[in-house]
Write a protein that binds this ligand. Structure first.
Ligand SMILES: Nc1ncnc2c1ncn2[C@@H]1O[C@H](COP(=O)(O)OP(=O)(O)O)[C@@H](O)[C@H]1O
Ligand SMILES: [Mg+2]
Length: 392
């Protein structure tokens, strides 16, 4: 009898959806606990059930039907996961590791403890604390909710003391994180995968370009990154993965600060496949979604070797075009070697609805690859009259 393990993903967003392709290829069964009937992954997996991931019994029943529990997002209450873990449920990443991606204050303390470079930071409970911090470090400062933020929701840049009243409503009882505003030259990201028995591997360091705090474009590898910096970023990611006991895929978001300190600062950690790793689906031997499945099953990890000299990922954000399929004809004829990934989500302005990966042909310069990816993404976003084709 042939048996394959069942992987349970909590959360039905695009990350769960993109795990389904490799799961099918490897013959693995993927179960998804979805937030609602219309979320991204539901149409892609046979075993999706709708339920509240914050409800103990729902989570327990979901876990009972799978061999390993993993995540599409980081919002599952840690206490519930600890309970399940005590009951024998296999969870990757474990709640003890996951807390560092769930709570930015816990993450900052851990990064300090490991002696890795943090921006200056402090836990604060009122705007007076923010002002005291800024008096020492200088304005601007960045105020963050430790939990629950994503895509810049939960991040507030305060230019000067005049902005403090606007921050008042952010204080609702608990501690917030305040950080120096880092004058970085660019944002970098290291993606690492680690399996429970300890094997770990990274992909090349990438540059990630955010627009309005949302990842817009990723360049792999990060152009012009000095070899010694690439090596120390990679070492830092492996060290974080090992010391925090991370299992599955983790993204380490970084600020490059040339000539200042060791040349970089840690921004935050994400313990799941990540937007800065979408390029790996087409740009490396093993994509992050397959690697995540391998890692949480404690299988040997796949090669992370790039398959082209440059890979570019361009996000498709919701725009004026609501007929995505209607734009496929123009998009595909405009960029025959670009790979389109669509998440099956309703189009809303600014919402992540897909991405485009483009790989460099032999000798093709990075600028040309970026232009190709951007052109295809723009067609999907804005739509374009499909050429009339009576001969079809
Ligand atoms: N201390 C900082 N200094 C300058 N920019 C920052 C700082 N912290 C965050 N940012 C900017 O805001 C973006 C989102 O912040 P981040 O902490 O990564 O939150 P999220 O959880 O929403 O991704 C970052 O990618 C970066 O562009
Ligand atoms: Mg971030």
């Amino acid at each position: 009898m042939v048996t394959f393990p069942v992987i349970g993903v909590v959360g039905g967003g695009q990350l769960a959806r993109m795990m389904s392709g490799p799961a099918v290829e490897l013959g693995l069964e993927l179960h998804v606990l979805a937030e609602g009937p219309d979320v991204s992954a539901v149409a892609a997996v046979a075993h999706a059930q709708v339920g509240d991931y914050r409800d103990r019994e729902t989570l327990r029943a979901f876990a009972a039907g799978v061999d390993v529990v993993t995540f599409d997002h980081e919002h599952v209450p840690g206490g519930l996961l600890e309970e399940l873990e005590r009951e024998g449920v296999v969870i990757h990443p474990s709640p003890a590791a996951l807390i560092h991606a769930q709570d930015k204050l816990v993450m900052r303390r851990a990064v300090d403890d490991l002696g890795l470079p943090n921006p200056q930071w402090r836990a604060v409970t009122e705007t007076a604390g923010v002002e005291a911090f800024a008096d020492e470090t200088g304005w601007p400062v960045v105020l963050k909710t430790p939990r629950g933020g994503y895509d810049g929701k939960g991040v507030l840049v305060l230019r000067d003391a005049a902005a403090l009243p606007a921050a008042e409503s952010w204080f609702t009882g608990g501690e917030l994180l305040v950080e120096q505003f880092v004058p970085f030259s660019r944002e970098l990201s290291v993606l690492v995968a680690r399996r429970p028995s300890g094997e770990a591997i990274t992909w090349p360091v990438v540059e990630s370009i955010q627009v309005d705090s949302v990842c817009d474009e990723v360049l792999a590898p990060a152009p012009g990154l000095p070899d010694d910096l690439a090596a120390s970023l990679t070492a830092a990611a492996l060290r974080l993965a090992e010391s925090l006991g991370v299992t599955g895929v983790m993204a380490v978001e970084l600020f490059e600060t040339p000539g200042v300190g060791v040349g970089y600062l840690v921004n935050e950690l994400a313990m799941r496949p990540h937007n800065s790793g979408h390029w790996t689906m087409d740009g490396s031997v093993t994509g992050q979604f397959e690697q995540h499945l391998r890692a949480v099953l404690d299988l040997p990890l796949g090669s992370t070797e790039p398959v082209a000299q440059h890979a570019v990922m361009k996000n498709v954000l919701g725009g004026s075009n609501t007929d995505l399929y209607g734009a496929y004809r123009s998009a595909f004829s405009s960029g025959p070697s670009a790979k389109v990934h669509i998440y099956g989500k309703d189009v809303r302005p600014g919402r992540k609805i897909g991405h485009v990966n483009a790989l460099a042909g032999p000798g093709e310069p990075l600028a040309a690859v970026r232009a190709r990816a951007a052109r295809v993404a723009a067609i999907l976003r804005d739509g374009m009259e499909a050429p009339s084709t009576n001969q079809e």
